[in-house]
Design a protein around this ligand. Structure first.
Ligand code: DI6
Ligand code: FE
Length: 402
């Protein structure tokens, strides 16, 4: 067999679902052809007579699947440092939102930015993620809140995939907040999201999924249900910002609509976890927002484990509640603040993040047939990826075999 490239003398954390723990293989080799993994396993078991155009000796380095950030708002304009100062002086996130700041201040900046400006402002954030071995990223709209500006955000997100070697999944988040011109009429704005925005975004091929924010400061479950029905009609998968600041039974709602994921979930309850397990909806934990908002309510981890809910981890990179561009830091926070194990933290940014995007068949593990997305690390043991704070041990990143 002739490979394009082979990495030799590696230690693999394959994350293969049929193997225990991280699916570790020592003294391993990994080979790729045409951008896909064609072999990942013991070096001694390589098919006889193999040959490769290029050989890379890894001297025992660990290889994980390329990291996946499955929940971000990295496309936006401006920042909210001033709001951060206000929160340090005692204002709450919800108070600032109700006073027309928060998400709406980013909406003003984003509406004023051209597509080029959005790409230019988002690239440095993307580059920080790539420098830590990220090979796939989900990007949401939600700071336009009108057809034209939402589409501009999604086009900017799609362009990032052409500007850098990374896979981008986009989510339309029109139901993120009520724009000022709606003058308080949430029902009418949701009409526009369902009847106008979702069909047009879908027709333009700009979104892979539809997301929404179910919260007192955003939209009610009945309004979210209408958004999800419109998404289904347009052939798009759904996901939900659920139970972040209060329990509106968003976890149950997401599960009832067969959502790929329900995200945040600090206020979700055991019944919500059970419903998610039955619907195979992934729990996406976002410790950056928990930390930034100084939340004290922990997501119901024991319920997720007991019911067998898959758990992913992401940055939620956004200018307000999670100005974070480090997935490694999220792994550390998820372990220290939420109590995730090392295996859960690593699976959460690889296999389970791919599952949360509905892409586990394409990437997220080191198995033959998957896209050859790798992160190669200068570490002695996998726990080091979670243990250090603010240290990046990436040796090399491989995307699509390159
Ligand atoms: N929850 C979040 O954490 C982000 N959006 C959401 O629905 C925050 C967005 C922001 O504050 O700009
Ligand atoms: Fe978010």
């Amino acid at each position: 067999m002739r490979f394009d490239r082979i990495w030799l003398d590696a230690r693999l954390a394959t994350l293969a679902p049929d193997r225990p723990g991280l699916g570790a293989v020592e003294r391993a080799a990994l080979a790729c052809r045409d951008g896909s993994i064609v072999y990942a396993g013991p070096q001694a078991d390589l098919p006889a007579g193999w040959d490769a155009r290029e050989r890379v000796a890894l001297d025992g380095r660990w290889v994980t699947p390329g990291l996946i950030d499955c929940h971000t708002h990295i496309v936006h304009a401006g920042d909210r440092a001033e709001e951060f100062e206000r929160r340090l002086n005692g204002a709450s996130y919800a108070q600032i939102a109700q006073a027309g700041g928060g998400i709406l201040s980013t909406v003003r900046a984003t509406r004023a930015a051209s597509e080029d400006a959005l790409v230019a402002q988002s690239l440095p954030r993307l580059e920080r993620l790539l420098a830590e071995g990220v090979t796939s990223i989900e990007i949401k709209s939600g700071y336009g809140l009108a057809l034209e500006s939402e589409m501009r955000m999604l086009r900017a997100a799609r362009r990032l995939a052409r500007e850098r070697p990374v896979h981008v999944e986009t989510s339309f988040l029109g139901a993120h907040a009520l724009p000022p011109e709606a003058q308080g009429d949430k029902e009418r704005y949701i009409d526009a999201v369902c009847d106008d925005m979702i069909p047009q975004v879908a027709r333009a091929g700009l979104a892979d999924a539809v997301d929404a924010f179910c919260e007192g400061i955003a939209f009610q479950p009945s309004q979210i249900a209408r958004v999800f029905a419109a998404a289904r009609k347009a052939g798009l998968a759904v996901k939900l910002h659920a139970d972040q600041l209060s329990n509106l039974h968003g976890a149950r709602l997401a599960a009832a609509h067969g959502a790929l994921s329900a995200d945040h979930l600090e206020y979700a309850d055991d019944a919500g976890a059970a419903a998610m397990a039955a619907a195979r909806t992934v729990a996406v934990l976002l410790p950056g927002a928990f930390y930034t908002l100084r939340e004290t309510q922990l997501p119901p981890l024991q319920s997720f484990r007991r019911h067998g809910v898959a758990m992913a981890l992401a940055t939620d990179c956004n200018p307000g509640s999670s100005p974070v561009t480090s997935l490694l830091l999220m792994m550390n926070m998820a372990a220290t603040l939420f109590g995730l194990t090392i295996e859960e933290a690593i699976a959460g940014v690889t296999r389970e993040a791919a599952r949360a995007l509905g892409r586990l068949a394409q990437f997220g593990t080191l198995e033959a047939g998957k896209r050859c997305d790798l992160a190669i690390w200068n570490i002695e043991r996998p726990a080091e990826l979670v243990y250090r704070v603010g240290f990046n041990p990436l040796h090399a990143r491989v995307w699509n075999g390159q």
